[in-house]
Design a protein around this ligand. Structure first.
Ligand SMILES: *[C@@H]1O[C@H](CO)[C@@H](O)[C@H](O)[C@H]1NC(C)=O
Ligand SMILES: *[C@@H]1O[C@H](CO)[C@@H](O)[C@H](O)[C@H]1NC(C)=O
Ligand SMILES: *[C@@H]1O[C@H](CO)[C@@H](O)[C@H](O)[C@H]1NC(C)=O
Length: 331
């Protein structure tokens, strides 16, 4: 009796083991198959891009970055002196102290109060995207002065005064959603089309300015000394994909007894997706290789480079706007 039972049990065990082995084998086969599939897609994509790269990047140049910009006489009169002045600002600033990167499970940028918290930081949120905070002393600068800069910087010479080393080319393009309001939020619906280097690498960007206050209580910021908010989505031109959503930023200028501070906040690499041809082959690949794209976009090095770039461009901008407005206290 006892023997029979254990024989039956052993047989059952064996059947189960066999079943498991079968399942494992099926799973392995599926994994191998999908790996093959991924490999083939990758090869086809590489070949496709190889053949079309030149032509595609030329298309982007001629369609989006061929606008002729002209600063006019007024700006040209100051061209060299402002350019040199900002080069000198960069020298004064010297090398940047980049904060050590941390990890958090929640970035609280949804709440406007978080836009004016003090402190520099680089944090990876949920292991998934970067939240970068950069504060800049802008003593003497008012919301109107900063607004006026952003409304007028529509030519490359002027754009280069802002950051002589990184800024290369830039004009404004009016989108149909443009709202010329003089509220707290400036440039809503305008696109700043630029070429700028970040970490030495050239980027072609559409910075699409938005109202970050929709559905939020921003009015309370006014009572706390906030004089201007600038916020935009960062659309990156990538060959051969077209425009890809990369992240967004919020710059908040707060003026109080201790002076003016610009609080800059970036959220990068969250919800990366194609904007132009979501059904295209290239976008399909972007989705498929999201992990890879994110690995590049989300590298710690890139987050640190964004931090450095922002520190530099806002420091030089504060000094430049002070100079343009004859504010001598900052000399
Ligand atoms: C900025 O300059 C470009 C190039 O000259 C021009 O096409 C565009 O209309 C200008 N934008 C604004 C908002 O003035
Ligand atoms: C303005 O200055 C820059 C830097 O020196 C120079 O490259 C550019 O040609 C100048 N533009 C004009 C219109 O003089
Ligand atoms: C700054 O001073 C210069 C020279 O005195 C003057 O031409 C210019 O209009 C002043 N700018 C402002 C914004 O007051």
């Amino acid at each position: 009796m006892k023997n029979k039972k254990s024989v039956a049990a052993a047989a059952r065990n064996e059947t189960e083991m066999y079943k498991k082995e079968q399942e494992q084998a099926t799973e392995d086969a599926a994994t191998t198959l999908s790996q093959y599939f991924m490999f083939i897609v990758a090869m086809v994509t590489v070949v496709y891009i190889g053949f079309h790269y030149q032509e595609m990047s030329k298309d982007i140049e001629s369609n989006f970055f061929s606008l002729h910009d002209n600063c006019g006489n007024l700006e040209n009169k100051h061209n060299l002196s402002y350019y040199q002045y900002s080069l000198n600002s960069l020298k004064l600033l010297g090398s940047i102290n980049v904060p050590t990167t941390g990890e958090v499970t929640d970035a609280s940028y949804e709440d406007p109060q978080s836009w004016i918290l003090n402190g520099d930081s680089i944090t990876k949120v949920d292991g998934n995207y970067w939240y970068i905070a950069v504060d800049t002393d802008m003593s003497g600068i008012s919301g109107d002065m900063l607004r006026s800069w952003f409304e007028n910087v529509n030519c490359s010479d002027m754009y280069r005064w802002w950051h002589p080393r990184d800024h290369v080319w830039g004009v404004w393009v009016e989108h149909e959603s443009y709202n010329p309001s003089t509220s707290l939020v400036a440039r809503q619906g305008m696109i700043h089309r630029v070429k700028e280097k970040i970490g030495g690498k050239m980027n072609k960007l559409d910075i699409f300015f938005q109202d970050p206050c929709v559905g939020k209580d921003c009015e309370v910021l006014r009572t706390q000394g906030v004089e201007l908010v600038l916020s935009g989505k960062i659309h990156v031109y990538l060959t051969p994909i077209g425009r890809v959503y990369g992240g967004f930023f919020i710059h908040t200028l707060r003026v109080d007894d201790s002076g003016s501070t610009l609080h800059s906040r970036f959220t990068m690499g969250r919800d990366v997706h194609c904007l132009d041809n979501p059904d295209s082959w290239a976008c399909f690949s972007l989705d498929l290789f999201q992990w890879f794209v994110k690995k590049i976009m989300l590298s710690e090095k890139n987050a640190r480079n964004i931090f450095i770039h922002c520190k530099e461009e806002m420091y030089t901008l504060g000094r430049l706007i002070a100079r343009m407005n004859n504010i001598s206290s900052r000399e």
